[in-house]
Design a protein around this ligand. Structure first.
Ligand code: ATP
Ligand code: MG
Length: 655
């Protein structure tokens, strides 16, 4: 046992061998929104006072009586306060000097574009809010949204928030079946969709899928359809049920009073991406959510009045909700949104957009960065990216090699990188650098945001020492936290608040290093047990991605009679690299060299693609099902079912 612990310690010491640190430049620190380390002490000493100060930047119709009421595990923030999210995100800016400032810059995939100033956005939101009212949508009614990334999407969300109707966005890449399940769970009254969406020059048949979903959704009374792709969508309109967006708003008034909402009224529902199992309807409320997203957005992204800020997520995910729509607009920021694919019409599209609009802040995901690495540096090199000032990443642990690449080829070694850990449930970034204060380390999300109390515990609930792996927990409530799972409060308690009494169980593995930095190791399920040693899939993947031939890797532990689990790796090679047996051996060697012999994969499979969720996260649980010859678990959130089928064939051929 002692021997095992020593080996494990050695492995953790060697973890990624990551000693590089990147302190912020003095120049950046001086101008940063958070420029003094005292922010951490102030927030730790009195988190409620810290959040109350942030809440004072929001306009309240009625001030709160109490900052926090914590009745474990039920939280109420800004108790008794009344406000409206859309009033804060749009109306108050439209009434002041930001009236003619761009609120949303939209770039369509085919190359069309649209800019909405705060004044224009206000009129569009009001028209659509009135249209919803005319269809009988009232405060508290749920509205389902299944759209592409068009300007009508944020307009729809803001209109719902204006009248107090919780929205439930279902990502446009989901199937009819997934949409139906989510509509029924939320009992939505209205569905807003598009005739179709552009994706890589092809049409995604949203209305067609919606029609299929709507056979079996008795709660839906009306369907509103945005005209986006036209004839190619082949969208049939159902008399009496379906209405065109543009007809509805044509004669609607552009004046609409914001509904005063209780701080704890529901703002929206959002189903998690389903990486680990059946999606859960996460409930976010009004006051705390707005305070939390606005404050984190301002400090973490260091946004300035004239910045163009671009978060590349889809609004179908929480990242888009919190950091394309609510956080940025609450701060009066110009938020860019792009409709389509990063490789249309060519692989330089993101950089062309960044250049075209002079993007200052870019927030994207490790999976995108790894894709760009695979495509080669010549694409970003073609464009002047000197407007960029700050880079961000979210969604998965970022492999140090991808971090370094992002820093070199996109940030050109001038831009701080914020690696932000958070979840649909947390609503806002929780573990993250503050770019003017934190010396970053590639692969580490660094430290809890001010006022956030995070820890890493072992099985028994003891705090683990520096370098040892364990489970990430949060010890105190935070304003943007979810309040429950829609319709399933028991699951809320069981899944998140029961593992360690008094604490939030995130479901992610992590370790803390000597400097108090957090290193996320992936989901708890993604930690393998090989001959008694706990090895994270992410570490082995990072070692593989570190090899010059590897673009992307997914690693799983497969049941093994002797070792408990044996490591199988699924690897995507960089373009033009031949998949040879020799290379397999070389990769096994490489992992053994980087981490230790115990992490050497037993099997390596080369694959052109890896199975991912529609939010582009690797679904290791399906790879485990394949490797162990099981019936596949829930696959409704899988982006491309063909990938799994072909992997299964390969795997079985080998067995
Ligand atoms: P489900 O909960 O339905 O299985 P999901 O966890 O993928 O789906 P999200 O809420 O979108 O749904 O993702 C949150 C998870 O993403 C985190 O728990 C963590 O595993 C991962 N994650 C997000 N950001 C980071 C980051 N910066 N570093 C490491 N992991 C991250
Ligand atoms: Mg999750």
């Amino acid at each position: 046992m002692a021997d095992g612990a020593a080996v494990q310690q050695e492995r953790l010491d060697a973890l990624l061998d990551e000693r590089r640190t990147f302190p912020p430049s003095e120049e950046f620190r001086r101008q940063a929104n958070a420029a003094d380390h005292a922010i951490y002490q102030r927030a730790a000493a009195d988190p409620e006072a810290f959040w109350a100060d942030e809440a004072a930047r929001i306009d309240w119709f009625k001030p709160w009586d109490k900052v926090l009421e914590w009745n474990f595990p039920w939280a109420k923030w800004f108790v008794g306060g009344k406000l409206n999210v859309t009033y804060n995100c749009v109306d108050r800016h439209a009434a002041g000097p930001r009236r003619n400032k761009a609120a949303i810059i939209w770039e369509g995939e085919p190359g069309d574009s649209r800019v909405l100033t705060f004044g224009m956005l206000q009129r569009e939101v009001n028209r659509f809010a009135n249209a919803l009212k005319s269809l009988g949508v009232r405060k508290g009614d749920r509205v389902a949204v299944y759209m592409g990334m068009v300007p009508e999407l944020p307009i729809a969300l803001l209109a719902c928030a204006k009248i107090g109707a919780p929205h439930s966005v279902v990502f446009g890449g989901f199937s009819a079946e997934s949409l139906r399940e989510r509509i029924n769970d939320a009992q939505a009254k209205v569905l807003i969709t598009c005739d179709g969406a552009w994706r890589r020059g092809h049409v995604v048949h949203l209305k067609h899928n919606a029609d299929e979903a709507l056979h079996g959704t008795p709660s839906i009374e009306k369907v509103i359809v945005v005209h986006r792709v036209g004839e190619r969508a082949e969208a049939a309109m159902h008399e009496g049920r379906d209405l065109w967006w543009h007809h509805l708003v044509e004669h609607a008034s552009d004046k609409c009073e914001a509904e005063p909402m209780d701080a704890e009224d529901i703002l929206y529902l959002l189903y998690t991406s389903g990486t680990t199992g059946k999606p859960k309807g996460i409930v976010h409320t009004t006051g705390g959510y707005l305070v939390g997203t606005a404050a984190t957005h301002r400090y973490i992204f260091d946004v300035k009045e004239n910045d163009v800020y671009w978060c590349t997520a889809d609004i179908g995910w929480v990242t888009g909700h919190s950091y394309i729509v609510y956080g940025p607009l609450a701060n009066g920021t110009t938020s860019l949104m792009y409709e389509g694919s990063p490789d249309y019409p060519d692989r330089g599209r993101f950089w062309q957009i960044a250049h075209k609009y002079g993007v200052n802040i870019l927030y994207t995901a490790p999976t995108a960065i790894r894709t760009f690495m695979r495509w080669g540096t010549e694409w970003p090199a073609k464009y002047d990216l000197s407007s960029l000032r700050l880079l961000g990443t979210v969604g998965e642990p970022i492999n140090p090699e991808a971090w370094i690449w992002y820093n070199q080829h996109i940030g050109r070694e001038r831009c701080p990188i914020v690696d932000t850990w958070w979840q649909t449930e947390t609503g806002m970034c929780m573990i993250t650098p503050l770019p003017g204060l934190t010396a970053t380390k590639p692969g580490s999300a660094t430290r809890p945001f001010p006022g956030i109390d995070a820890e890493v515990l072992d099985e028994k609930g003891e705090r683990v020492g520096p370098g040892a792996g364990g489970y990430l927990v949060l010890n105190k409530p935070w304003p943007a936290m979810f309040r429950t799972i829609y319709g399933d409060p028991e699951r809320y308690v069981r899944q998140y608040w029961s593992r360690y009494p008094g604490r939030y169980f995130a479901g992610d593995g992590a370790k803390v290093d000597d400097d108090g930095y957090f290193w996320l190791l992936g989901r708890v399920d993604d930690v393998m047990n090989v001959s008694g040693h706990r090895i994270s899939t992410y570490e082995v993947e990072s070692a593989l991605v570190d090899h010059p031939s590897v673009a992307e890797a997914a690693v799983i532990g497969k049941t093994h009679d002797v070792k408990g689990q044996a490591i199988s790796a699924f690897v995507t090679l960089k373009e033009g690299t031949p998949a040879t047996d020799h290379l397999k051996e070389e990769l096994k060697q490489h992992v053994a060299h980087k981490i230790g012999a115990l992490a050497r994969p037993d099997d390596i499979f080369f694959s052109a693609e890896l199975p991912k969720t529609r939010s582009a996260k690797i679904m290791r649980r399906l790879l485990r099902d394949i490797a162990e010859g099981r019936v596949l678990g829930d696959t409704t959130t899988l982006a491309d079912p063909a990938v799994v089928a072909s992997l299964r064939q390969q795997y079985e051929a080998k067995e």
